[in-house]
Design a protein around this ligand. Structure first.
Ligand code: SF4
Length: 263
């Protein structure tokens, strides 16, 4: 299993009783731990949604569900304060500054990248430097702007060492902050920029070929958010061939936004 796949998501549900679900969850926990070298990970959440099949995974979040209870008192400022004080995973030791995120308070689109890089770590802002310029070009192409109608953040808020991608346990530790932000900001749609962001948020090991080109659904507590996936802006500059499919993703996002303008 890819190290970028922190959580399996279960949509198997037809006709299962509580005991069967519990047995299946235990089996999946054992399998997951075995695939990770026998390491006992944090307890995972499984979505035994009884609703008809959807066009995508719809993971629930136990941590966010708990937090959602007092979401009425939450604010970007309090989330940022909690992030800045957080020592829940080892990345607290490798950050200069945490990067909670920034942008519109009522965003059309919430753009989620992976972890802060060197420039983000230095200034405390998401998508800084070249990565930010590239993202802004992508957003501008479909009438979006990073501070005008988008909110930008990452699946983890602290820089990982040696430019590595965040580990499953790190994205898991940080997920509650991201879920609080999504619940609070309630964007029209979430755009995952890059495979790490998509796999972490959607708790899947699916690759880009599976994840791109459609609108999926993300369940957090009692809310469901549409999610689209495209490449990270840096991917496009490292591989020219990805520019066309990324443009196709953006055009689909624009069509979706236009079609859902009044919701
Ligand atoms: Fe806390 Fe997230 Fe930073 Fe880890 S990455 S220390 S969970 S804020």
């Amino acid at each position: 299993m890819s190290p970028l796949a922190p959580h399996p998501v279960i949509g198997l549900n037809k006709g299962m009783n509580a005991d069967e679900k519990s047995t299946l969850a235990s089996f999946l926990d054992l399998s997951y731990d075995a695939l990770h070298g026998g390491y006992r990970g944090a307890k995972r959440e499984y979505n035994f949604d009884e609703s008809p099949g959807q066009d995508s995974p719809a993971p629930d979040s136990g941590a966010a569900a708990t937090l959602a209870a007092d979401n009425g008192n939450d604010s970007l400022e309090s989330i940022a304060t909690d992030i800045n004080n957080c020592t829940a995973c080892g990345l607290c030791h490798t950050r200069a500054r945490a990067v909670p995120g920034e942008g519109a308070k009522n965003p059309l689109v919430m753009v989620i990248g992976n972890s802060p890089g060197i420039e983000e770590d230095a200034c405390g802002l998401p998508f800084a430097g070249l990565s930010g310029e590239r993202l802004e070009k992508m957003l501008m192409a479909i009438g979006l702007s990073r501070n005008g109608n988008c909110f930008l953040t990452g699946v983890v808020k602290c820089k990982a060492p040696d430019k590595r991608v965040p580990l499953p346990e790190e994205t898991t530790s940080c997920a509650a902050f991201l879920h609080r932000q999504i619940l609070l900001l309630s964007p029209r749609i979430v755009l995952c920029a890059g495979l790490t962001a998509a796999q972490s948020l959607l708790r899947t090991a699916d690759d880009m070929n599976v994840l791109r080109g459609k609108i999926m659904k993300l369940r957090i507590a009692n809310s469901v958010f549409p999610v689209a996936v495209t490449y990270h802006p840096n991917d496009l500059w490292e591989n020219e061939e990805l520019k066309r499919p990324a443009w196709e993703d953006l055009k689909k996002l624009k069509i979706w936004l236009d079609a859902n303008a009044n919701e």
